[in-house]
Design a protein around this ligand. Structure first.
Ligand code: 8DG
Length: 145
């Protein structure tokens, strides 16, 4: 049996496997990808990621991603293409699901992050991506330029 529950991790009681789904938006504009620098927790602060976050219980992945981008960046986005399937994260039991996205309304602001950067092919790897994001960034590379 597989249950998708927010906030848990690893095999739970009764052998139920709990995974945490994190969704990330690859917002691309003019051949550049929006990267966001985490402010917390301390072990991740300073690392760069795709805007997004954990899916709430009862919420669709897509709704969660639109919600998170509004909360974190102050923008309304539209999701386009799913990139790959479940990307494993280093926190056991967590996976990252990624969609390309475009901004429909607003200009992104670092409401919860330390900083934002638009990265093109020339500087895509200049930031310190979270380890789980690197394989995703390798694929997103093909969507830039
Ligand atoms: N948003 C996001 N999180 C990522 C990425 N790569 C990666 O390893 N993570 C990890 C960092 C965190 O451990 C976890 C996401 O948690 P979060 O803190 O952003 O989620 P949230 O906004 O729902 O926060 P909270 O309510 O649980 O505090 O996934 C990524 O590209 N985007």
């Amino acid at each position: 049996m597989m249950a998708i529950v927010r906030g848990g991790r690893g095999p739970g009681r009764n052998g139920v496997v709990v995974i945490i789904v994190v969704v990330g938006a690859a917002i691309i504009r003019d051949g550049r990808l929006l990267a966001a620098q985490r402010s917390e927790p301390p072990r991740l602060a300073g690392g760069w990621e795709l805007p997004g976050g954990k899916v709430d219980l009862g919420e669709s992945d897509e709704d969660a991603l639109v919600r998170e981008c509004h909360e974190e960046l102050g923008v309304k986005i539209r999701l386009n293409e799913r990139i790959g399937e479940d990307w494993p994260l280093s926190d056991e039991g967590s996976v990252l699901r990624v969609w390309t996205a475009e901004i429909l309304e607003g200009e992104p602001a670092a409401l919860e992050h330390l900083a934002l950067r638009w990265l093109g092919l020339g500087d895509l790897y200049e930031v310190d991506w979270l380890p789980g994001d690197l394989p995703v960034v390798d694929v997103l590379r093909e969507h830039l330029g």
